[in-house]
Design a protein around this ligand. Structure first.
Ligand code: ADP
Length: 563
């Protein structure tokens, strides 16, 4: 039965209860009222008339209009005959009254009339008693009937009141429970309502929805599981170590390489808070440090010193960070190749140095007049041989220095050094070059400067390199300022030229290995000089800096600690 029908029936029943009670109540009250009216109209009034007639009869001797009065009530009585026998008695009364009118003093007629009046009165009194009994009976019937009806209806209504809320609330509760189960992803939840009403339909609709969700979830789950194992396979096949963290930095996964590197098993640490693990694991701590702190990591792995590059990728979902993946890229092969290259360069440079030096020496000896006279063309050729040998020696020297830097083998002879000695040495070396371009090197006063704690040769090498660059990248017939500024704990050597200058965007790269400003006027050079200088100065606890403006010149300076 439909819920709507049930509700209609329930309401209809209550309406019927009210209607029946109302009708029965009105019916019985009307009946009782009718009985009362009948008693008053039919019998009580007859008693009143007989009473008046009695009084008129009594005042017959004293009152002149007693007969008129008697007749008036007799007429009323004649019109109010309602009981059996009342008519005969009233007719007797009329007959005797007519006799009385002719003989007022007739005692027997008066007696007859009195008897008639008593008879009429008695008939009506009896009728009143009888009708009262009937009314009493009607009232009793009404009470019994209404009481029985009231009891039955009360019982039915009571059972309605008890049961009806359940008809609604039970399925609503079942539906609410089902919905909350679905909200908690329990798609196997079903609702059982054996009612053929709207709730039954709702339960069926709910069950079919849950079934579809269940099927969807399972197909989704299968797809996700498939994707997961695919990604796991890929991750485990990779040669790089991979660690996945959620947004709270709990460990989600790590591949076999990461397991080996960290010396931890995935199943032992999965779900654990990574910083807790970092307390006992050095590598994990390095992995969790912010990216710039430890870009390249040196780890003992595969039975050798290995190098890893750390990359951190944030996992985003709709602009919200939901985790991060740390990738330890194994760059050991590149390191090994680089090392091989450095060794090769070092060996070649070293091997080239001796024959180059002897070429230079031989060429210089050729210029000696003892060897013989050369014409001017031959002299020019010999001069260019010496120049090229010089350039090659400089390059091999730089390459050798670079190999030292790259292998971390900078050999320092730190000692107390006079800064003036370094400056003089450097100026001496580049003087010829400067003069050739008509460049004047202006030295600022260097009196009373304290000694520094440095490697004399390397410091001079750096200064020579800066001066050579300043000459190289200056216009002809300009000036170069060279000076030393004393600071609290160090001396600052500076070389300022008024040459081409360097564009601001290239300044951060100027100290990178093999970097040359694009479109540089001087094409010769390896791009290693400044890189080596920086390493040399930093190895001596100093610092090399540059400031430059395009077209206005550059200022390079380095600091070295006081002795
Ligand atoms: P290079 O041997 O090429 O001079 P460096 O490492 O000494 O190598 O210099 C790197 C680059 O920096 C140069 O190629 C040049 O473009 C630029 N540079 C260095 N010094 C100066 C300077 N004083 N003025 C302008 N550019 C300079």
């Amino acid at each position: 039965m439909k819920l709507k029908t049930k509700l209609s029936l329930g309401m209809g029943f209550l309406f019927a209860v009210i209607l029946i009670f109302g009708i029965l109540g009105i019916f019985y009250i009307t009946r009782l009222k009718d009985d009362a009216t009948r008693i008053i109209e039919n019998n009580h009034e007859s008693l009143v008339y007989t009473n008046h007639m009695e009084r008129a009869l009594n005042s017959l001797q004293t009152s002149n209009n007693a007969l008129t009065e008697f007749e008036k009530y007799l007429k009323k009585q004649e019109k109010n005959i309602t009981e059996i026998g009342e008519k005969e008695q009233t007719e007797n009364l009329r007959r005797n009254f007519e006799l009385l009118k002719t003989d007022k003093q007739n005692g027997s007629t008066i007696l007859e009339i009195r008897t008639n009046l008593i008879a009429v009165s008695e008939i009506n009194q009896n009728a009143i008693l009888r009708k009262n009994e009937i009314a009493q009976h009607t009232a009793d019937n009404a009470i019994v009937l209404l009481t029985i009806l009231f009891t039955i209806l009360t019982l039915i209504t009571f059972s309605f009141v008890i049961n009806f809320p359940d008809i609604i609330s039970t399925p609503v509760r079942a539906l609410a429970e089902g919905i909350s189960a679905i909200a908690n992803k329990q798609y196997d939840e079903r609702i059982h309502i054996d009612q053929k009403d709207e709730f039954g339909d709702l339960a069926n609709a709910f069950n079919s929805m849950a079934e579809k969700l269940d099927a969807y979830e399972h197909s989704n789950l299968a797809r996700i599981t498939f994707e997961k194992s695919r990604i796991e396979t890929i991750i485990n096949q990779m040669k790089d170590g991979i660690v996945g963290l959620d947004e709270k930095r709990n460990i989600l996964f790590l591949n076999v390489v990461a397991e080996n590197l960290l010396g931890l098993k995935e199943k032992e640490i999965i779900g654990k808070y990574a910083p807790d693990i970092a307390l006992k694991n050095d590598l994990m701590r390095k992995l969790l440090l912010s990216e710039t702190d430890h870009k390249e990591l040196k780890i003992y792995a595969d039975n050798k010193e290995s190098y890893f590059n750390k990359d951190v990728f944030l996992v985003m979902n709709e602009d919200v960070i939901i985790g991060q993946v740390v990738v330890l890229r194994n760059i050991t092969p590149f390191h090994e190749l680089n090392e091989a290259k450095t060794n090769f360069i070092a060996t070649v440079s070293h091997e080239l140095k001796t024959p180059l030096a002897s070429i230079k020496m031989s060429a210089k000896l050729l210029t000696n007049e003892k060897v013989g006279e050369f014409n001017s063309d031959q002299k020019d050729l010999i001069h260019s041989i010496v120049e090229d040998a010089d350039r090659l020696l400089k390059i091999t020297g730089e390459l050798l220095n670079m190999s030292q830097v790259e292998t971390g083998n900078i050999q320092l002879k730190l000692q107390s050094v006079s800064p003036i000695e370094i400056v003089e040495n450097a100026v001496q070396t580049v003087l010829f070059q400067a003069q050739q371009k008509g460049i004047e090197i202006r030295l600022s006063s260097m009196e009373g400067l304290p000694n520094i704690y440095a490697d004399k040769e390397k410091a001079a090498w750096v200064l020579i390199n800066l001066l050579t660059n300043a000459i190289k990248y200056s216009y002809e017939n300009t000036k170069i300022d060279l000076g030393i500024i004393q600071q609290k704990k160090h001396l600052e050597f500076f070389v300022k030229d008024y040459g081409y200058g360097i564009e601001e965007k290239y300044l951060p790269k100027i100290f990178d290995r093999y970097f040359k400003v694009p479109g540089t006027h001087e094409r010769s050079g390896t791009g290693l000089g400044l890189a080596i200088s920086k390493e040399f100065i930093e190895a001596q606890q100093g610092c090399l800096t540059v400031s430059s403006n395009l077209g206005e010149g550059s200022r390079f300076s380095f600091s070295l600690p006081l002795f």
